[in-house]
Design a protein around this ligand. Sequence first.
Ligand SMILES: Cc1cc2nc3c(=O)[nH]c(=O)nc-3n(C[C@H](O)[C@H](O)[C@H](O)COP(=O)(O)OP(=O)(O)OC[C@H]3O[C@@H](n4cnc5c(N)ncnc54)[C@H](O)[C@@H]3O)c2cc1C
Length: 445
Amino acid sequence: MTQRLNIIGGGMAGCEAAWQAAQLGVPVTIYEMRPKVETFAHQTGDLGEMVCSNSFRSDDDEQNAVGLVHWEMRAAGSLILATADKHRIPAGGALAVDREPYAKSITAAIHAHPLINVTYDEITHLPDEGQWIVATGPLTSGALAEAIQAETGSEALAFFDAIAPIIYADSIDMSRAWMQSRYDKGETEEERTAYLNCPMSKAQYEAFIDALLKAEKTEFKPGETAGYFDGCLPIEVMAERGRETLRFGPMKPVGLCNAHDPENKPYAVVQLRRDNALGTLFNIVGFQTKMKYGAQTRVLRMIPGLEEAEFARLGGIHRNSFINSPTLLTPQMQLKSKPNIRFAGQITGVEGYVESAAMGMVAGRMAAAELSGHTLPPPGPDTGCGALITHITGGAVAKTFQPMNVNFGLFPPIDTVKGGRKRRKERYKAYTDRAKETFSAWLER
Ligand SMILES: Cc1cc2nc3c(=O)[nH]c(=O)nc-3n(C[C@H](O)[C@H](O)[C@H](O)COP(=O)(O)OP(=O)(O)OC[C@H]3O[C@@H](n4cnc5c(N)ncnc54)[C@H](O)[C@@H]3O)c2cc1C
């Protein structure tokens, strides 16, 4: 008889992983701590509860990376997507659902599956034996978080994300920005030109600070804040402490010479750093922010060189437990130090319901394959699911690793398709066509 798969957490990732493995004939136990142990965000004891918005975002599988992941999950027989389709409510091009019946339906489907058991208990350790998937999400219980820290090291588990906005490289105006590391530091040319710099005059800096101070900010939820100020002040909080604070912090102009205007020293400089190995994404260094999304795009496009910036993801600071997957996980999503344990969902450093469920789908299939005596490789990096796995298990820069939504910046470029804004529609269609072909072949394995 096939060995049992144990899953900790009955949220988006845990339910999807359980469903996929069970559909492949593997018996599964889900351990879910709610309703015995509550979190500050969940309201019920239902499985697959949506903690905030009722939207799975864009359903456009030709022009949107999230929509593409919907397509891949439907193709894989996803429980989360099939249930979303059943409880869909009108929301333009987005896939939004009637929240309560949705979670009740997920719960009923999981309980009705002949190969799935649900045990309503908190798991507080990382087991040495058996096959496990940890899918405990952004609000992993304190006891289990301690066990994960003890296994991986305290630096390897974060309790907050502090996301600086991430920008598509090809939307940056390089006639204004230039590549240079501070004081030209580095052994190689690549290191000496590792940062992308956007210069500001005094007038531009003053206008930027004014806009930052006036911008609308999001508030923290009760119980969410403790500890976040330790290492990551939002830029607007720095600006509130003094108009010059940013110029002596992340926007300091020292050690840099504007390649387009070497005679004039910039008054302030905004630096961006590569966010992935492909070099298609750049994050704005030290620019974590709680500005509302509309305000963020408006204020950040005031930065010279970023007037036309396209954002792969906007900044934010949230309560969020996630591990440093690039250093801890194999491409099979197994913990390197304890390969009987896979991680899936938001705790791996993906962000969002869809991305979390997608990681559950792949982890469930990989675990089922292993229990049946073979190895299932992850989907190719040119698929939505595969691009995410490639990013979290190696493509992302480990030192600055922060949670990531799926976006086309994670996909390997197609040589025959041109970059730039004008060709975007054509490029995205080429990415999604390629992804569907690769993903369909992966499902046949
Ligand atoms: C306040 C807040 C708001 C959010 N808003 C959105 C949003 O609007 N849209 C969006 O796409 N994403 C949002 N997210 C992110 C969202 O939580 C994830 O996208 C998604 O729920 C993650 O799925 P998951 O399966 O990884 O975790 P979850 O869905 O949270 O599931 C994890 C499950 O594990 C259980 N658990 C935890 N520890 C243990 C333990 N030790 N033993 C047993 N069970 C345990 C939890 O009770 C939970 O049911 C938000 C997150 C937070 C914290």
